[in-house]
Every structure is written in structure tokens, then in C-alpha cells.
Design a protein around this ligand. Structure first.
Ligand code: DGT
Ligand code: CA
Ligand code: CA
Length: 576
């Protein structure tokens, strides 16, 4: 499928358009970004759509006009895009890698290229090491340090994929193996099963008595770029998406033990094995064995934990953060499940930086079973994201009211993702804020201020009484951007005092709050949470599952997450 490739090219064109000195190409830049978003998050192969409906099919996609459709068609027919190639001649740079580095926007990348010949990560690293960058206007010794940290972060992230890329890939592979007819069962293990935010490799277990055929089948899947090791019951393949995948064939009577072992994590396993040893047993990936080597358990994970006097817990909890001790006391909480989610309180439309209309987002939310959806587009300080001022919000809310009147079966709430300004003020007037059903506050600008100032800024916004939910509280982008420098304890304390809900932003590169901070906010401050998709397109409404994974990793029960509530209970919360 070429969707991702095309989306990346369009995104790169947007970066290159930003470099035009002659005129402000802001609108064009946004058009390309939106088109990249639409195509990148489409379920259908764009080639199939084009085959079925031709150019008309492409023009029906949100945010795709004649020009961009032309470029896409050119790529689908000839495998190249002349607009992209022309730009690339002018700017022979690896934007994709370079723009992953914190503090490097298109303009700064171009400046480094023009003055120092920086083209990619390795030339950037060389320039930093030779201290050439501190000599440039607009850069300094501090920028060099920051760039070096950025380079290290990108390098260390290499080889690990975001859960949002790894999990769908695992699901594709698993469904292919299931459909091969060679296996009785297929199970995902490893970090992806634990819903960890990044994944080093995929671990898949199968039950089959046709081991050799399974190994051959795995080696020949479309997703595979090469075979790393192939044995009679275990094969490791390199996947085209850039990580490896282990597939192991296990016997039916061992599948529980194999799952327990390969779900991990390692520290959790070490503790569980010590418990087995204390009881005079032996535990490995084949089973739980008594002192004379007799198998006591192995068919299911539950029976293994029970024979050890433990309560089984969901894979997301298995990180050795106290769950083993809790399980010995039979005090594992009943964790939230995806099915508990009744609504979504963080959604963007094409009125700011989303790619789909208000109506389409509502209809999609209804079709995936949501009881309510909160539309939360950006406020004006998020200029690059097409944020709206008070006047535009007034019209926007009128339109939401009009559209929601026509649609049954889902409640539509009016909201906004409001910038918390440098001084802790909010980016919209009181009358706009009061027209909303609830409000998300977020830090997007001046993200580099000192810790104390940043902490005070956020607390001041809480004290206004107009922040119901703190969106993506730390602002981190996994493998890309550090969290803001803030005293999280003081913020969590103030959230408690002011009744502010913490968001778990489900966007795969955010997952913010992250699992450990969720656990902290729950255990030490007893806060409530909202799991928002932060969807910028219809397909992204499904991101909620990553947020639920993070919530489970932070041990949350459903009553601790406000958008598991039915609408009446939720609205009481926001009125109170
Ligand atoms: P990853 O792949 O780095 O994202 O993380 P995992 O957790 O998937 O780790 P991986 O793929 O190396 O191993 C899968 C599971 O196998 C791991 O979670 C626990 C288990 N495991 C691996 N090595 C050991 C070990 O030395 N001792 C024990 N007890 N378990 C291990
Ligand atoms: Ca793994
Ligand atoms: Ca592995």
C-alpha cells in the first residue's frame, strides 16, 4: 500500500514550501499537511480508490483539490511526483529525519544546509561536534547542546517503533497466520501485548502441529524484508517497517506458560519465578513443574498464577511496579477496558487542523458506538494549526448546533483546545468559554520557559476556573520532543485542588500523560482522567485504544476515567 509513502512525500513538500522567502505560503503548506493527514490515515488503499473511481474518487477525499490530486495520480501511474522531485532538487535534504529533532523547523534546517552543508543526521552530528553551529546567527552553544541531545534521542529511538505502528502491523501478521489454515491458535506476546508506548520487536506465539509449514509461511509474508534466523520451531524475520518479529511454535499444553514467559516483562518474570522457587517449583516457558519434574500447570496463564497463590492480572500491569505484591494479596484492581469508553472529549475538525468535517467526525463517532463526542478545535494562538478567534468560534459553535440538531443517536458537545498563554491567561474571552460544555487547556507556545514559571503558568490557568481538562499535560513527543520543564507534583496537587481532570492523549506519539505519570497521579493525588483520541481525522478516532492501554498500564479502573461515564453523569461533573 502506497498511502504512507504518498503522505510522507506530501508532508515533505509542505516542509519545503515553508522555505519560500518570497511569499507566505501558509495556506498551501496547510493544504499539503491536511492532504498528507487524510491519505496517511485512510483505511483503503488509495490505489484501489483510484482504480474504482478515478480522479473523482481522489477529489472526494477531504482537503484534496485538483493540484494535489494530480500529483497523487502522477505517482500512482508513474511512480514519481514531479512537484516533489523539483523541490527535492532545490533542497536535497533529509527533512524526515532532521525534522524529528527538537528545535529544528524547516527554516532552521535550511539555514544549516546553506551555511554548513548539513543534509542529514550524520552531517548534522559532524557540524555539532566541530562546534560550527554556535557560530551561526540565531544559534549558539546552547543550541548545539540541544541538537546533540536531539540527535541522541533520534538515534536511540531508532529500532524501536511507536505502538501505533507496531500494533496494527502485528494484527495484520496475526490475521494472515490465522487464515493460513496451518495453526490452531495465534497469540501476541511481548511489549506490544503489554501496550508499551514503543516496541523493540514483535513476539508472536502459535499452536500448530505443522511447524515447518508455519515457518515457511512466515518467511514468505509480504511484510517481511529478510529472514534473520530460521529454525524448526522459531523464526525471526526483519519486517519492512523496520523491526524484527519472532514467531514461535509451542505445544498446546505449554501455551499458558509460553504466554506468561513471553508477555513479560523480564523483571515481572524474575519475581514470579522466585515465587515458584520458594514453593519448591520450577517455572519456565514450557510449564510449571513440581519437585519431581511433573507438570503442574502450563495450559493457561491463569492456572499458573493460581498454583503460585497469585491472582492473574492483565498484561498491561506486568512491569514490576508493585503488581506482583498486589497479586499475592489478591488485590489486583479491575482495570478499565476499551468497551467501557462511552465518549471522546478531544476531537479536531477541518475548522482548525483536522482533515474531516464536523459532520463526518460526528457520524464516524456514532458508527463506532460513541454515546457523545466533544468537538475541541484549536484557539487562535495555535496559528499554524488554523486556530480560531472568538468571532470564528461563535460561528463555529452555531454550526455545531445546527449540525447536531440534524443527527440523532449521539450527543455533541462544544469545546475547544484552548491555549494557556505565557502568563497563564486563556486564549479566548469569557463569553466564548462559557458557551462551551467543557474546556481543554493546553500549553503549545513558549514551551521552553523555566520550571518555576511554567508551573505557575499552568496553575494560574487552573485557578481561572475555566480549565476542565489539562490536555497532553507534559507536551512530550515520543522520540522527538522532551516534555516541558514543569514541577509535575505541584501541577497534580493544583489539579486536585481545582478539580482539573488529567488527559491521557491517545495520539501514538504523545501518550501523554504516560503510564508512569498516570500511576503517580492516581496513587498520590487520586485524580480523575479523560482518555482523548486527539483525532485529526475520522480514522484517528480509533486511537482511543492506545490511551486505554496507557490507562491500564497506569492501573486505572473505569470509574477513574470520566469519559466512561454516561452523558448525564458527565455533564453533572462539568457543571459542578
Ligand atoms: P521490546 O521487544 O524491547 O519492546 O520488549 P519485550 O518485553 O517484548 O522484550 P523481548 O522481545 O526481548 O522479550 C519478550 C519477553 O520475553 C520479555 O518481555 C520477557 C521474556 N524474556 C526475554 N528475555 C528474558 C530473560 O532473560 N528472562 C526472563 N525471565 N524473561 C525473558
Ligand atoms: Ca519484543
Ligand atoms: Ca523478542
Amino acid at each position: 500500500m502506497d498511502n504512507k509513502k504518498i503522505a510522507e512525500m506530501l508532508e515533505e513538500i509542505a516542509e519545503m514550501l515553508e522555505l519560500d522567502e518570497e511569499k507566505d505560503r501558509h495556506f498551501e503548506v496547510r493544504a499539503y499537511r491536511k492532504a498528507a493527514l487524510t491519505i496517511g490515515s485512510m483505511q483503503e488503499d488509495i490505489r484501489d480508490l483510484y482504480k474504482r473511481k478515478g480522479e473523482r474518487g481522489l477529489l472526494e477525499l477531504p482537503g484534496i483539490g485538483k493540484g494535489i490530486a494530480g500529483s497523487v495520480i502522477e505517482f500512482l501511474e508513474n511512480g514519481r511526483m514531479s512537484k516533489y522531485d523539483d523541490f527535492k532538487k532545490r533542497y536535497p535534504l533529509d527533512f524526515k529525519d532532521l525534522s524529528n529533532i527538537q528545535g529544528l523547523g524547516a527554516k532552521r534546517i535550511y539555514k544549516l544546509y546553506r551555511s554548513l552543508g548539513v543534509k542529514d543526521l550524520s552531517t548534522l552530528k559532524a557540524a555539532v561536534e566541530k562546534h560550527e553551529i554556535r557560530e551561526l546567527e540565531g544559534f549558539g552553544a546552547r543550541s548545539e547542546e540541544e541538537l546533540l541531545r536531539g540527535i541522541k534521542r533520534v538515534e536511540s529511538g531508532k529500532g524501536r517503533l511507536l505502538l501505533g505502528s507496531a500494533l496494527p502491523e502485528a494484527e495484520t501478521i496475526i490475521s494472515k497466520i490465522k487464515r493460513s489454515g496451518l495453526v490452531d491458535a495465534v497469540e501476541l506476546a511481548g511489549s506490544a501485548r503489554r501496550m508499551k508506548e514503543t516496541v523493540g520487536d514483535l513476539d508472536i506465539l502459535v499452536i500448530s502441529n505443522k511447524s515447518k509449514e508455519v515457518m515457511d509461511f512466515v518467511e514468505n509474508m509480504d511484510e517481511v524484508s529478510e529472514t534473520v534466523v530460521k529454525g524448526p520451531t522459531k523464526t525471526t524475520v526483519m519486517l519492512k517497517i523496520g523491526i524484527t518479529c519472532d514467531v514461535r511454535v509451542v505445544k498446546k499444553e505449554s501455551i499458558g506458560a509460553a504466554l506468561q514467559y513471553f508477555i513479560g516483562n523480564k523483571d515481572h518474570n524474575v519475581k514470579v519465578r522466585q515465587i515458584a522457587i520458594r514453593k519448591g517449583y520450577k517455572l519456565n516457558e514450557y510449564g510449571l513443574f513440581g519437585s519431581r519434574g511433573k507438570r503442574i500447570a502450563g495450559r493457561s496463564e491463569k492456572e499458573i498464577y493460581e498454583k503460585l497463590g497469585m491472582q492473574i492480572m492483565d498484561p498491561e500491569m506486568r512491569e514490576d511496579r508493585g503488581e506482583v505484591e498486589l497479586s499475592l494479596e489478591h488485590k489486583i484492581p479491575k482495570l478499565i477496558q476499551l468497551e467501557d469508553m462511552h465518549g471522546d472529549l478531544h476531537v479536531h475538525t477541518n475548522h482548525s487542523d483536522g482533515s474531516d468535517t464536523i459532520e463526518d467526525m460526528i457520524l464516524e463517532a456514532r458508527s463506532i458506538g460513541r454515546e457523545y463526542i466533544g468537538i475541541s478545535d484549536h484557539s487562535k494562538s495555535e496559528y499554524v494549526a488554523g486556530g480560531m478567534d472568538d468571532k470564528k468560534f461563535a460561528k463555529h459553535f452555531d454550526e455545531i448546533d445546527k449540525i447536531s440538531d440534524k443527527i440523532d443517536g449521539i450527543k455533541v458537545l462544544k469545546s475547544a483546545e484552548i491555549d494557556i498563554l505565557k502568563d497563564g491567561g486563556l486564549d479566548l474571552q469569557r463569553k466564548t468559554l462559557e458557551r462551551m460544555d467543557y474546556r481543554l487547556g493546553a500549553v503549545h507556545t513558549n514551551t521552553k520557559m523555566g520550571k518555576d514559571e511554567m508551573t505557575k503558568r499552568i496553575i494560574k490557568a487552573f485557578e481561572s476556573g475555566y480549565v476542565d481538562i489539562l490536555a497532553h499535560p507534559t507536551g512530550r513527543l515520543i522520540q522527538k520532543r522532551d516534555p516541558i520543564d514543569v514541577d509535575l507534583d505541584r501541577v497534580l496537587e493544583a489539579a486536585k485542588d481545582n478539580g482539573v481532570i488529567m488527559e491521557i492523549d491517545s495520539f501514538p506519539e504523545r501518550l501523554d500523560l504516560g503510564d508512569e505519570n498516570v500511576l503517580k497521579a492516581k496513587r498520590e493525588y487520586g485524580l480523575k482522567f479523560s482518555i482523548g483520541s486527539d483525532a485529526h481525522s475520522k480514522a484517528q478516532l480509533g486511537f482511543i485504544r492506545y490511551g486505554v492501554g496507557t490507562a491500564k498500564r497506569g492501573w486505572l479502573r473505569s470509574d477513574e476515567v470520566v469519559n466512561t461515564y454516561h452523558i448525564a453523569k458527565l455533564m453533572k461533573l462539568f457543571k459542578g
